[in-house]
Write a protein that binds this ligand. Structure first.
Ligand SMILES: Nc1ccn([C@@H]2O[C@H](COP(=O)(O)OP(=O)(O)OP(=O)(O)O)[C@@H](O)[C@H]2O)c(=O)n1
Length: 437
């Protein structure tokens, strides 16, 4: 059949082969969930989930090499010519004592029963091999109207898995949908249950929201609902200025830029960013990048105020340029890129600074890239003189003097006082060493 338009055609062929084999053996089988929703919305489909009347052991028997991913919940991962499909037996769920997962799962014979346990109407649509749609909760209409609506009673769906509240906000954000009013009321009534949800799952939703096309909408909904008060590492969004939220949508679509701006808007600082981001289960890489970005931001702000205080108009640009380059050595090029992309967008009202400082900031934003490129070298490794060269030529023993001298040379090269040539660096190094003696 392969009438999927937003799926890798080879994956669709293999997925349909799974459906065909199941139905040849007397089972019902459908595509379901995100793939059906995204195809309808003309969005790229990344994976295809399948729901079937076949029991997990029947699925395992039909597909050689399949993996029993979550047998107790009825899920088997079927491998088909290099593609993987999660195949789950029609089921109902009950006993959600922990607001996270069902304690009991019952396999059922009707796909409609299975669709009933799903979170939102747009995710409760099944599609068969021929492309026919089964849509008992009018998900197709809700998609067309742009509405996030829970299947049945919102309170029940959210008590079954409290993460669904954040999923609802995430869907409203990335699709720019409205949340149906009863679903919203249910969310407000059950929001405290979010405290039972692991931060990894919360962060995963936040990352998807932040890297989508309309993060400002999502953050606005989080502010309205106060959902983040109830997570394990609570965040107070009440201080956020809604008028600058729209800037989030203007940044390139990556979690890091948006997170960086959000941290700035929340008044975060480099000293406690690591600790806070750890509580959010962010990776070492993200923590490091955000801490450096905030560190650079703080340093630049200090420089602006110092330069306007200490230097006359005509000398300010030169100092600004030097300080920028030295800051880059400390915080790294990626931090400078983050800083530049974000500060290019921020309006004057964001900054609490004098007009003079703001003029200097504008100048930095204008020249940030040019000055960065001018540096030529960004680390000790790139100097034409190494620490071991220096030890050998001077015949001295290693010690703090070596690092100090090498870093001094790097600063001299970066600020244009010395040319990065072996002999020039060596002469300059010998001179400072003998001056210090
Ligand atoms: N808390 C959840 C998570 C998932 N589902 C159901 O399981 C399907 C598959 O879930 P998942 O793959 O996590 O999400 P998708 O809806 O496919 O969307 P995305 O991949 O964007 O998260 C969903 O469509 C929905 O029908 C649910 O009812 N409740």
């Amino acid at each position: 059949m392969n009438n999927w338009k937003h799926v890798d055609p080879a994956m669709a062929i293999q997925g349909e082969e799974v459906l065909r084999r199941l139905s040849d053996h007397g089972h019902q089988a459908f595509f379901v969930g995100g793939c059906v929703r995204d195809e309808m919305m003309k969005r790229p489909v990344m994976d295809m989930d399948i729901t079937t009347s076949a029991k997990p052991e029947e699925v395992m028997a039909l597909f050689e090499g399949s993996i029993p991913t979550g047998l107790q919940h009825g899920t088997v991962t079927v491998r088909m010519n290099g593609y993987h499909f999660e195949v789950t037996t029609f089921r109902t769920e009950s006993g959600y004592e922990d607001f996270r997962r069902p304690s009991e799962v019952h396999f059922v014979d009707q796909v409609e029963e299975d669709l009933k346990r799903r979170d939102f109407t747009m995710n409760a649509i099944a599609r068969d091999y021929a492309g026919h749609i089964i849509d008992p909760f009018n998900g197709v209409t809700d998609i067309a109207r742009g509405i996030v609506r829970s299947v049945g009673l919102a309170e029940e769906r959210f008590r079954e898995d409290a993460l669904r509240m954040l999923r609802g906000v995430r869907f409203a954000s990335i699709f720019n949908f409205d949340i149906d009013s009863l679903t919203w009321d249910g969310l407000l009534a059950e929001r405290d249950k979010l405290s039972h949800i692991a931060m990894e799952r919360v962060r995963n939703e936040m990352d998807k929201l932040l890297s989508g096309p309309y993060p400002a909408r999502g953050i606005g909904l989080l502010m309205d609902s106060e959902l983040l008060h109830y997570i394990k590492a609570p965040v107070d969004l009440s201080r956020l200025d809604r008028s600058v939220l729209s800037l989030l949508d203007k940044l390139p679509q990556t979690t890091e830029y948006r997170l960086g701006l959000l941290l700035l808007l929340l008044g975060a600082n480099s000293a406690d960013a690591d600790h806070k981001l750890r509580a959010w289960t962010y990776s070492g890489k993200v923590k490091d990048r955000m801490t450096r970005f905030l560190g650079l931001h703080e340093e630049v702000m200090n420089h602006l105020s110092k330069i306007t205080k200490d230097h006359k108009q005509g000398l300010r640009s030169r100092h600004l340029r030097e300080e920028w380059k030295l800051s880059l050595l400390k915080h790294g090029v990626p931090a400078s890129e983050d800083w530049h992309v974000i500060h290019r967008l921020l309006p004057q009202s964001f900054y609490e600074m004098s007009g003079e400082e703001y003029l200097l900031l504008k100048e930095l934003v204008e020249h940030a890239e040019e000055w960065r490129n001018e540096m030529g070298v960004y680390s000790l490794k790139e100097l034409e003189l190494s620490g071991s060269d220096l030890l050998r030529v001077t015949g001295r023993k290693g010690g703090p003097w070596l690092g100090e001298t090498m870093n001094w040379l790097l600063r001299q090269v970066v600020t244009g006082q010395l040319v990065n040539k072996h002999d020039i660096l060596l002469d300059a190094a010998k001179k400072v060493i003998s001056d210090e003696k």
